[in-house]
Design a protein around this ligand. Structure first.
Ligand SMILES: Cc1cc2nc3c(=O)[nH]c(=O)nc-3n(C[C@H](O)[C@H](O)[C@H](O)COP(=O)(O)OP(=O)(O)OC[C@H]3O[C@@H](n4cnc5c(N)ncnc54)[C@H](O)[C@@H]3O)c2cc1C
Length: 446
């Protein structure tokens, strides 16, 4: 095999696959390789078991400002158009109802005001009062004794929206289309990159754990949680730490909720408030979650303390990043949230504690209807900027301008994959002196 490529993408999750496709379909780059350490693509954060399977366009995500919603909507729309154009309806992309609910007077006022502001961004966004919600999502209103719950509830959302996405199926589709667009391209699985070294001519040598070698003129690292350790091994991103936050889910029977139900974010809390999402890959199940538990792991394993990362502990100890995490605990609301989330993971008592939060969405929920979704969920690699000593909640990019770029893509990284692919493609063609048919990229995805 000829081991020389123009571009090597490390990481075959949704981010790597979306850029693999964009480079292959819309540029004149000759030879691209996608390198993945697992035996198949999209088996970590982009797996259908790992995430909430939502195209986060900002309409119901109450933790997004209007400014952030406008930005993510552009990427979300591209993703939706891609899936619809490729005929992936009910394979990768699913249509359902979606609501952001406010419970109690304070939250109802918040949703009412938010609805007015967000209606200007989202065409056809609808407001629902308690009676209207009862008709379309009755379990939100029904209390334990069958009467309507006492608190007022309002919602903002859509009766129908292409908002469910199986990012694992989509990743495979991107990869397949990339090979179709350019048969010179390659996908190599079971290739765990352990070393990246610059060659004398400015290109790079990539070595795997079994000493296979690939050479490439440009390397794009989309290795999820491992992007930062790989960057630091190459001498970049030394001012960044990582706070890995694992998210798990609980299941309730699919008959309970008809669509997605999102709740109001406590602005003090760094992670999205609890939501309900009908599982599009496992019929008859609806997920509640994700929870948020900090642990020194870069990827999840079957066991609570499996896969602990010594690389990460070393990075964070050296930088004092752990202190940034500990400082968050000084706030009593954050402290209580963190400890509750740890408790959610515990056998037997976990679901007894979780049900109290879940009843905000489904007041009549019974303990026997709730099961811990074993093997579901993943780690969100939240970046800590050590110069500002702050937790960065979005994505982070390290551009070296030397033909080597690293992406860290926590939520909504899957939704933003084509937006990120566009940015990376612009950078890569400039570096390699190639061209990007951006007009066709835009016209195909609208
Ligand atoms: C609980 C949870 C819920 C979420 N819900 C949503 C949601 O509803 N909507 C949304 O948009 N986003 C959601 N996200 C975020 C979303 O899952 C991620 O942003 C997205 O999957 C990141 O994709 P990625 O390709 O960058 O990373 P990954 O999917 O993790 O892919 C990285 C790949 O790199 C490979 N890799 C790592 N190291 C190496 C190496 N050394 N050599 C070769 N390969 C390597 C890995 O095996 C993996 O396949 C959620 C995340 C979590 C954890």
């Amino acid at each position: 095999m000829d081991n020389n490529f123009d571009v090597a993408i490390i990481g075959g999750g949704i981010s790597g696959c979306a850029t693999f496709y964009t480079l292959s379909e819309y540029t004149d780059i000759n030879k691209i390789v996608l390198l993945e350490k697992c035996d198949k693509l999209a088996s970590i954060s982009s797996s259908s078991k790992a995430n909430s399977q939502t195209i986060h366009d900002g309409s119901i995500e109450t933790n997004y400002t209007a400014q952030k919603a406008k930005k993510v909507k552009i990427s979300a729309d591209k993703l939706m158009h891609y899936a619809l154009n490729k005929g992936l309806q009910n394979k990768a992309i699913f249509k359902m109802q979606k609501l952001a609910i406010g419970v109690g007077d304070e939250e109802c006022e918040f949703i009412t005001n938010r609805h007015k502001e967000f209606s200007e961004i989202f065409d056809g966004l609808k407001f629902f009062n308690k009676n209207e919600i009862k008709k379309i999502e009755p379990k939100i209103i029904e209390s334990m004794n069958g009467d309507d719950r006492i608190e007022n509830v309002v919602a903002s959302g859509y009766n129908e929206s292409w908002c469910g996405m199986n990012f694992e199926v989509l990743s495979d589709n991107f990869a397949k289309e990339a090979i179709k667009a350019n048969p010179n391209n390659k996908i190599i699985t079971n290739f765990k990159v352990t070393k990246i070294k610059q060659n004398a001519d400015g290109s790079y040598m990539i070595q795997s754990n079994d000493n296979s070698i690939i050479n490439a003129k440009f390397i794009l690292v989309n290795a999820g949680s491992y992007s930062l350790p790989l960057a630091q091994k190459c001498g970049y991103g030394k001012d960044l730490g990582c706070l890995p936050v694992a998210g798990s889910f609980y299941f309730v029977p699919g008959s309970i909720l008809r669509g997605k139900v999102y709740t109001v974010q406590n602005p003090k809390l760094p992670f999205a408030a609890l939501h309900g999402d009908p599982d599009i890959a496992l019929s008859g199940h609806t997920r509640l979650g994700p929870t948020a538990i900090t642990m020194p792991k870069l990827e999840r394993s079957e066991h609570l303390f499996g896969n602990l990362s010594s690389e990460l502990l070393l990075i964070d100890f050296k930088l004092g990043a752990l202190k940034v995490g500990l400082d968050l605990l000084k706030d009593s609301e954050i402290r209580s949230y963190v400890f509750r989330n740890i408790a959610f993971e515990l056998p037997i008592i976990g679901k007894r504690i979780f049900i109290k939060d879940a009843r905000k969405i489904i007041p009549s929920l019974k303990l026997q209807d709730l099961t811990y979704a074993k093997g579901f969920g993943e780690v969100r690699p939240q970046v800590i900027d050590m110069s500002s000593k702050k937790l960065e909640l979005g994505e982070k990019k390290i551009i070296t301008k030397k033909g080597l770029t690293f992406n860290m893509t926590p939520s909504p990284g899957a939704t933003s994959c084509l937006g990120n692919a566009e940015i990376d493609t612009i950078e890569i063609v400039k570096y390699l002196n190639k061209s990007f048919d951006i007009d066709r990229f835009y016209s195909d995805l609208k």
